[in-house]
Design a protein around this ligand. Structure first.
Ligand SMILES: *[C@@H]1O[C@H](CO)[C@@H](O)[C@H](O)[C@H]1NC(C)=O
Ligand SMILES: *[C@@H]1O[C@H](CO)[C@@H](O)[C@H](O)[C@H]1NC(C)=O
Ligand SMILES: *[C@@H]1O[C@H](CO)[C@@H](O)[C@H](O)[C@H]1NC(C)=O
Ligand SMILES: *[C@@H]1O[C@H](CO)[C@@H](O)[C@H](O)[C@H]1NC(C)=O
Ligand SMILES: *[C@@H]1O[C@H](CO)[C@@H](O)[C@H](O)[C@H]1NC(C)=O
Length: 415
């Protein structure tokens, strides 16, 4: 009984530790710090958080622009447009100067980070690299009819087959990218975007509770929203949220957003717990993030939730849909199953919510008529256990904290 559990735990840890290694392929910021000619480019990789995305990729080529060329771009365009332009300068393949001159048939299309955003239909997210006469290599958008307006000027740095940095003469501009509407952060219509993304229940709750105002006030400084889909509110085992006090409802909704702009690449590279708008003290109402390949999972201490998709990403605001409602342990207590190790921090909540009298708020209330919960068969396991394919469950209710502690030990003993 204990052995298979232990083996599954081992596998999870192994997977996590392999990922931990893979996630830190390079540090583009540190590499470019050695080249002052590209300090503006480097600065904008950080501002747009593209640096995090680059660092999670094993094999990559950055086409860099010198400070003059970058300043011309950044003076004229908002950050969201600059991000789109720079994403097209990050090739998801390794090109060193030798390879540039050995392209078969002398011309090729290569995919870029822009292609991975989902906002690049057709060939918009591809770059055309063409070996021109006289040893010159031209770059341009792969959209048919585009000119090869940019050319290779020099090599900056190569780590063979992992990362290559090449300087090019001028920005590669895909058609329409410069004129893309760039909403000002404060003008982002949060509820409109949520409704369009299939998160109407969540949008209505934000409006009726007044928490929408808190979200809106945070827009300018950067905001990441984790919006549960309408299905998430109908899932088996969802606690009856109408039983929460008003204050706890507010905390629950505030828990679904994090201050600061954290697009997917940033979530993937995040090791420390992230704070939410509900965080009012160290370690309270925070979220732990794990990544496996391109998949990102949030952990609340109660149950995990997959980050489904970015339905809006325009720095400094990103809106993700998530599969499950995020249930903070501060409101919904610990998992009722005995944990193999105690949580290091046990903080009794000073003002017990009405829910704390219920033995397990996660177990669906048997015959009660909850509007959102479909004819709930009283689950004898907590909501999280329906996620049988996730690492949380594979680890048998081990809290993320425990996993990370053990992971740290595993990592240490490997050194
Ligand atoms: C990458 O390098 C920068 C600058 O040296 C540093 O501030 C940052 O913490 C590094 N990032 C990681 C993930 O090590
Ligand atoms: C790249 O662009 C050039 C010039 O427009 C074009 O002749 C060539 O066919 C393109 N390459 C590919 C692979 O489409
Ligand atoms: C390239 O990346 C691989 C995989 O992470 C690593 O094993 C290898 O050492 C790296 N090569 C160099 C030259 O750093
Ligand atoms: C936001 O979008 C919703 C739904 O599309 C719409 O009803 C509302 O008027 C919009 N609000 C603003 C301020 O534009
Ligand atoms: C996960 O659990 C659900 C019901 O709890 C079940 O229908 C499904 O087959 C399970 N999936 C796996 C991969 O075990």
């Amino acid at each position: 009984m204990a052995t298979p559990t232990f083996r599954r735990l081992d596998l999870t840890l192994l997977t996590l530790s392999l990922l931990a290694v893979a996630v830190n392929a390079h540090n583009i910021t540190a590499i470019l710090e050695g080249f002052p000619d590209y300090s503006v480019y480097n600065d904008f990789l950080t501002k747009t958080k593209l640096a995090d995305e680059i660092n999670t990729r094993q094999t990559i080529t950055c086409l860099v622009l010198n400070n003059g060329a970058m300043s011309a771009l950044t003076a004229k365009h908002p950050l969201s447009v600059v991000k789109n332009i720079l994403s097209l300068h990050v090739l998801l393949d390794y090109y060193d100067p030798q390879k540039l001159h050995k392209i078969s048939d002398g011309t090729t299309l290569t995919t870029t980070l822009y292609q991975t955003t989902g906002n690049a239909p057709g060939n918009l997210g591809f770059v055309n690299i063409t070996d021109l006469q006289g040893g010159k290599v031209g770059f341009g958008s792969a959209v048919p009819g585009s000119k090869l307006d940019s050319s290779y000027t020099k090599s900056v740095k190569q780590v063979p087959y992992n990362i290559s940095i090449l300087e090019i003469s001028a920005p590669i501009i895909a058609p329409g990218v410069l004129s893309a509407p760039a909403p000002s952060a404060s003008g982002v219509n949060i509820t409109g975007l949520l409704e369009k993304a299939g998160c109407k229940t969540f949008a209505n709750l934000l409006t009726s509770s007044g928490v929408l105002k808190t979200y809106e006030a945070a827009l300018d400084k950067g905001l990441t929203i984790f919006a549960p889909s309408d299905e998430a509110f109908k899932a088996d085992g969802v606690p009856d949220l109408s039983k929460l006090t008003n204050a706890d409802q507010v905390s629950l909704l505030e828990y679904h957003a994090s201050p600061d702009y954290k697009p997917k690449g940033t979530l993937k590279t995040t090791k420390d717990p992230i704070t939410t708008l509900a965080t009012r003290g160290a370690g309270k109402f925070d979220l732990t993030v794990t990544a496996a390949g391109d998949s990102v999972t949030l952990h609340t201490g109660i149950s995990p939730s997959r980050v489904a998709e970015a339905v809006f990403d325009s720095p400094p605001v990103v809106i993700f849909t998530v599969d499950n409602i995020l249930l903070p342990s501060e409101l919904f207590g610990k998992s009722p199953s005995p944990a193999p190790a105690p949580e290091p921090v046990s903080s009794p909540s000073p003002t017990p919510s009405p829910l704390s009298e219920a033995p397990s708020p996660l177990a669906a209330s048997p015959p009660a008529p909850p509007t959102d919960t479909p004819a709930g068969s009283p689950a004898d396991s907590p909501a999280g256990s329906s996620e049988n394919s996730t690492s949380d469950n594979a680890a048998g209710h081990v809290s993320p904290t425990v996993i990370f502690t053990v992971l740290a030990i595993v990592g240490y003993s490997l050194c």
